[in-house]
Design a protein around this ligand. Structure first.
Ligand code: PLP
Length: 409
């Protein structure tokens, strides 16, 4: 008899998106011919920009010629891409890192999911509630939690992100070894200011904790006081790993390219108290378990940093930001209270009149034929909230906004 990893049995089924799909399918069957618009998707709708497509073509041609063909590349990513990332995302912001502190990967999802394996199983985890589920589920799989009871896993420090704290995680009373912070945030759309993030960096330094900082939505930041990288905060290189992605920045959700920064100053400790470089451990992990991102994809990612690439992706992002404004306006017209949408492509609305998240889902679907995501699906503190995204096309976003604006509560 082969035994399973029983931690997997602790996971509740991935109920949220399958339940949404089921309810939408039932609605469509009952209302044939009616157009249902989704503002629930976390995927992009605009195609790759021309500079990226040109780089893809050129790299494909190189792969077809004997002189320029490439096989396995460096597991950490080609130097041309790591240097482009370093120059544009870090050195240009006055952040001193080196190319060997950057690891190119096939997704921020895989990196945030995998990174926890470098830490002891006994490590204590803190994370935001509501939360991007990957942080939580991967720690459940690794055996760092107790059972799931009343919407919560035992052993996890939940950091409630609620209206009273502006959806910004507050420092916990207890010590944690690993803290996941996501800013700009999925699902709430809230973004931490420099002062708020500094509190966390100082807390981590004082407590010997490591911050796993997910800034997959960095490109959507508009506020001058919102840092684009945690390394803008002095001392962060000694306490934080940063995850970034080309997915939402440049429409790479189907291309798969991201990167993780692991500064050499970061240390973890063995039971004798001896320090070990987290950078060296992650390199060891990646060289053992990962064989790199395709050459053509890395050339395409490099093109994102060219002057044309930058101008083109900024225009695409501006389109999504405009969608967010359209949605926020419509919610206001309907008399609803909404948050986010300014530094992030996510809008987090408060359900009115004590409706719970799923009751609001039903009302929005039945009366506006618009689909969104019940906040409770992201954690207990998401109950009474609802997530809309700015990733649909301008036309469909306008059409759904028109319907939402006419809702009566
Ligand atoms: N991190 C957050 C907070 C996300 O919302 C997402 C995708 O929705 C990801 C990471 C995944 O990014 P990638 O496409 O690079 O795997």
């Amino acid at each position: 008899m082969t035994r399973l990893n029983e931690n997997y049995l602790k996971l509740p089924g991935s109920y949220l998106f399958s339940e949404i799909a089921k309810r939408v399918a039932a609605f469509k069957e009952a209302h044939p011919g009616e157009q249902v618009i989704s503002l629930g998707i976390g995927d992009v709708s605009r195609p790759l920009v021309p500079a990226v497509v040109a780089a893809l073509h050129q790299a494909s041609d190189e792969m077809g010629a004997a002189e320029t063909f490439r096989g396995y590349g460096p597991e950490q990513g080609y130097l041309f891409l790591r240097e482009a990332i370093l120059k544009h995302d870090y050195l240009a912001r006055g952040i001193n890192l080196s190319a060997d502190e950057i690891f190119v990967s096939d997704g921020a999802k895989s990196d945030v999911a995998n990174f926890q394996e470098l830490f002891a199983r006994s490590s204590c985890v803190a994370l935001q509630d509501p939360v991007y589920p990957v942080y939580l589920d991967t720690n459940v799989m690794a055996g760092r939690t107790g059972k799931f009871e009343n919407g919560r896993f035992g052993g996890i420090i939940y950091l409630p992100c609620i209206e009273e704290n502006g959806f910004i995680p507050q420092l916990p009373r207890e010590r944690a070894d690993m803290v996941y912070l996501c800013s700009p945030n999925n699902p709430t759309g809230a973004a931490m200011t420099r002062a708020e993030l500094k509190k966390w960096v100082d807390w981590a330094a004082a407590n010997g904790s490591i911050i796993l900082y997910d800034s997959a939505y960095e490109a959507f930041i508009t506020g001058a006081d919102v840092p684009h990288s945690i390394y803008e905060i002095p001392g962060a290189d000694k306490v934080a790993v940063e995850f970034r992605s080309f997915s939402k920045t440049a429409g790479f959700t189907g291309m798969r390219c991201a990167y993780t920064v692991v500064p050499k100053a970061l240390c973890v400790y063995d039971e004798t108290g001896a320090g070990h470089s987290l950078n060296a451990l992650w390199l060891r992990r990646q060289t053992t378990k990962f064989n790199g991102v395709p050459y053509v994809i890395q050339r395409a990612a490099e093109a994102v940093f060219s002057p044309q690439g930058q101008a083109q992706i900024r225009e695409v992002i501006a389109g999504y930001q405009q969608n967010a404004r359209v949605i926020l306006d419509a919610l206001k017209q309907a008399g609803l209270t909404a948050f986010g949408g300014v530094n992030a492509p996510y809008i987090w609305l408060k359900t009115p009149k004590g409706l719970d998240s799923w009751a609001f889902f039903t009302k929005l679907l039945n009366e506006a034929r618009v689909v969104g995501t019940p906040g409770v699906g992201f954690g207990a503190c998401g109950e009474g909230y609802f997530r809309l995204t700015a990733f649909n096309t301008p036309q469909l976003t306008q059409a759904s906004a028109h319907r939402i604006a006419g809702l009566k509560f």
